[in-house]
Design a protein around this ligand. Structure first.
Ligand SMILES: Nc1ncnc2c1ncn2[C@@H]1O[C@H](COP(=O)(O)OP(=O)(O)OP(=O)(O)O)[C@@H](O)[C@H]1O
Length: 226
């Protein structure tokens, strides 16, 4: 059983007159089988929350536990291993490698991590995300929505326990956005993943098991389907 727990997490950037409290005393819990939406306006702290959840940034105070291990107590190597093996990130910048074709983006993953999806599963994933025809294309030949779907496929390819997605539907039309959310929901419910989607897109709210809201760095649970 996977779980992610934040206890009294604060994140402060800068100091003196440029001190900014981005996250205020956050308590949060996500378990296997849940698709969680974290909504909030621009600048409210969503990306900061997600990057701390995935160990890409450290909290200023408080505790973050992933599978009962405190992330900040792991050494650099252990943190890298954790991210590589357990977490699939979908970041706003897509993070595709510019000089690799879509197909090669997946080959690169194989070079750094073993036991990824089979060729057949990858074909299914590409089909689900409607990107089969883009295999030979390079990132600069793709639209924003196509890059976003390739980034989602790449995150799912490693079959991670956790999927942390930052505005994964921002560049997608309503139909594609529903399809992506359907896929994420299926992964959470049928394959017992922990899926956290941060967004300001309220179109997504019907798909979530729990919805948290962040406003000015403060988080509260606003809806739960029991
Ligand atoms: N490295 C940093 N240094 C200083 N301030 C930062 C840093 N990262 C984020 N912030 C500030 O923290 C606040 C929260 O930023 P964050 O990116 O988490 O918001 P967000 O809700 O994801 O916004 P958006 O929806 O626009 O992406 C913002 O006011 C931002 O300017």
């Amino acid at each position: 059983m996977s779980n992610l727990v934040f206890s009294s997490v604060n994140k402060i950037f800068g100091s003196g007159s440029s001190r900014y409290v981005a996250l205020k005393n956050i308590d949060f819990e996500a378990n296997s089988g849940e698709l969680i939406l974290v909504v909030g306006p621009s600048g409210s702290g969503k990306t900061t929350f997600l990057t701390i959840a995935g160990g890409l940034q450290t909290p200023t105070s408080g505790n973050v536990k992933l599978n009962n291990k405190t992330i900040t107590k792991l050494n650099k190597r252990e943190q890298t291993q954790l991210r590589l093996h357990k977490i699939g990130f979908v970041l706003q910048s897509y993070n595709l490698v510019p000089f690799l074709s879509v197909k090669e983006q997946f080959d690169l993953v194989d070079k750094v991590k073993k036991n990824n999806a089979s060729a057949q599963e990858l074909d299914q994933l590409l089909e689900d995300l409607d990107i089969v025809s883009l295999k030979e294309k390079y990132p600069n030949q793709l639209s924003g929505g196509q890059k976003q779907r390739v980034a989602i496929a790449r995150a799912l390819y490693t079959d991670p326990e956790y999927i942390l997605a930052d505005e994964p539907t921002a560049a997608l039309d309503t139909e594609r956005s529903s399809e992506v959310m359907r896929l994420l929901k299926e992964l959470a419910h049928k394959r017992n993943k922990v899926i956290i989607v941060v967004t300001h897109d309220m179109r997504l709210k019907n798909n979530a098991d729990k919805i948290y809201q962040i406003i000015d760095g403060k988080m509260s649970l606003i809806s739960e389907n029991l």
